[in-house]
Structures are given as structure tokens and as C-alpha cells.
Write a protein that binds this ligand. Structure first.
Ligand code: ZN
Length: 197
């Protein structure tokens, strides 16, 4: 059995083969004339011009890119660059910015125009890199790389606390053993700390 799709057989005449073609077209959006690429296929027998699912997807993306350009909305490539710059996966980016688990795949492929609030957030994050950190903090999300910085800090704080508790114990035992000495000489806190460490 011949697979029509695989051979790209023309749906119009069922004889000829379809060959992919592109042509530059002009359209007007918001009073601005812009050029875009139109994707389609041409039959070598009946000369019919047809667009299959893949052509239609490419055409839709072309139109979205054109709209984004004119409406000053970050392009898919800019959103991708922003995400890569901060080492975020698409799902982590969606947790930080909102928009659902597949939102970033759609923004980056120019399959979807983000809504107004998302556009503002994305523009802010592109112009001011600290935005992602602030958003992550609000949502209590740990950013990639931050685990490495936070953990030792927490360990250090814990260790310091333990050392101070040891120092306090040492202080107490020293106080009992050397009551007279300590009574005469003020115990230097730094000395106790260095003994405990
Ligand atoms: Zn045909």
C-alpha cells in the first residue's frame, strides 16, 4: 500500500507529487506593511498550491512573529535566550513566571502570544536580570546554582551555633574549675571560642 503522505501525493488530482515551496508575501498589520514567508506545496501535475499541517504551522508562526515585532512583544528567540541565560528549564520558568507547564515551549516556538501581564514580566526580566531572582524569592523557588551557595551558608551558621553552645558549656566548666582565676581575670570570649573550635 502506498503511503500518500510519505510520497506527498497531491490531494487535488491524486496523481502528482507535491513539492515544498515558499514565497515572500506582504501583509498589513496595524497600518504597517510587512513581508513574511508563506509556506506551501505545489503539485507537479495539476499545479495546485496546497498547504499541509506542517505548512500551516510554519505560516502561523510567521504571522505571530510579525505581530510580535510590530506590537513590541519579546520574540521566541529572546524568551529562549532569557531562559538559557538563567539555566532554567521550561517547567521551572513556568513556575517562576506562571502560564502553565507548556507556556514557555509555546512562547519560544512563536506558537502563542503571551498575555499582557506575561509580556510585562518577560520584558522586565530581559532588561533587568534580577527580576527572576525576585520572582523566585516571592514564590519560594530555589534557582539553579543557588542550592550550592545556600547550603554551605546554612551549614556554617549551624556549625557556628554549635560552637557557641560548646563555648558556653566550656565557659561554665571553666568557671567551676577555675573560679578564682576567672574571678580575677575577665574571660575573653575570643579565647573561649578558639578553645572550642
Ligand atoms: Zn495535483
Amino acid at each position: 500500500m502506498v503511503n500518500k503522505k510519505l510520497l506527498h501525493i497531491c490531494d487535488a488530482c491524486c496523481e502528482g507529487q507535491l513539492h515544498p515551496k515558499t514565497s515572500m508575501k506582504t501583509t498589513e498589520y496595524r497600518g504597517i506593511q510587512s513581508e513574511y514567508i508563506l509556506y506551501y506545496s505545489v503539485c507537479d501535475v495539476c499545479k495546485a498550491e496546497l498547504a499541509d499541517g506542517s505548512d500551516m504551522l510554519k505560516n502561523k508562526r510567521e504571522f505571530i512573529r510579525l505581530k510580535k515585532k510590530i506590537d513590541d512583544i519579546p520574540m521566541g528567540s529572546e524568551v529562549l535566550a532569557l531562559r538559557k541565560k538563567h539555566n532554567l528549564t521550561q517547567s521551572l520558568a513556568a513556575k517562576i513566571f506562571g502560564g502553565g507547564p507548556v507556556a514557555f515551549s509555546k512562547y519560544e516556538n512563536d506558537d502563542l502570544i503571551p498575555d499582557e501581564s506575561m509580556v510585562s514580566l518577560l520584558k522586565l526580566a530581559i532588561s533587568c536580570p534580577d527580576t527572576i531572582q525576585s520572582l523566585a524569592q516571592i514564590k519560594m523557588i530555589t534557582l539553579p546554582g543557588q542550592e550550592l551557595i545556600i547550603k554551605p551558608k546554612m551549614n556554617k551558621a549551624k556549625k557556628t551555633n554549635e560552637l557557641w553552645m560548646d563555648a558556653a558549656k566550656l565557659d561554665f566548666s571553666l568557671a567551676i574549675e577555675n573560679f578564682d582565676t576567672i574571678n580575677k581575670e575577665a574571660l575573653c570570649l575570643e579565647d573561649v571560642y578558639s578553645i572550642a573550635a
